[in-house]
Design a protein around this ligand. Structure first.
Ligand code: URA
Length: 210
């Protein structure tokens, strides 16, 4: 672990992650667990969110109370698996603006190919939280963050479920200014670019495809 990477070791996160890794876990359970973990990871990744104050009345007196400045946040899902993390985060921060980056991994070259890009305006004024459950080779995460920076983002965090050491290193080289929050750092990548021991293909497990 370095200051570039926050490994969330909370027992609830670790327990839910173990359930997700098990191949006997159903699609419905997997999706629900991902939603729950994303809320726990969101707690970590939103620590530095901008807070403003609002004048409110409690039953006792008036006060200036802290509230999130939701306009200053953009959640960006790296399609398609990122949507599993996005849903839980939106439960917690419903006012967040949302963007999507569509990248698929060419199964032979393992290189990312872009097919969709739509993000909120004024990215330069927002904390941008990019979400993708699997930081494997790091190729698609680096490409997605390249695109977000081209669109103006300067304050970006990356949230994932599992990270391979290779992906962390690739991100550190390409985007040392982007902190990573993850529930686990696994052993390695296999020859097909899958995280070992991992949990398989996150998108397939989430959506019941093969
Ligand atoms: N993407 C996945 O869904 N799983 C991996 O192990 C690697 C990349």
């Amino acid at each position: 672990m370095t200051d570039h990477v926050t490994h969330v070791t909370h027992p609830l996160v670790q327990h839910k992650l173990t359930l997700m890794r098990q191949m006997t876990t159903s699609t419905a359970e997997f999706r629900q667990l991902l939603r729950e973990i994303s809320q726990l990871l969101a707690y970590e990744v939103t620590r530095d969110l901008n807070v403003t104050t609002r004048r409110i009345s409690t039953p006792i007196q008036e006060m200036d109370a802290p509230v999130l400045d939701g306009r200053k946040l953009a959640l960006v899902s790296i399609l398609r698996a990122g949507n599993g993390l996005l849903d839980g985060m939106l439960d917690l921060i419903p006012s967040a603006r949302v963007g999507f980056v569509g990248l698929y991994r060419d199964e032979e070259t393992l290189e990312p190919v872009q097919y969709y890009f739509k993000v909120p305006d004024r990215l330069d004024e927002r904390l941008v939280i990019a979400v993708d459950p699997m930081l494997a080779t790091g190729n698609s995460s680096v490409a997605a963050i390249d695109l977000l920076k081209q669109a103006g983002a300067t304050n970006i965090q990356f949230m994932c479920l599992l990270a391979a050491p290779e992906g962390i290193e690739r991100m550190r080289e390409a985007h040392p200014d982007v902190p990573i929050v993850t529930a686990a750092i696994d052993e390695k990548l296999n020859e097909n670019g899958y995280i070992v021991p991992g949990l398989g293909d996150a998108g397939d497990r989430m959506f019941g495809t093969k």
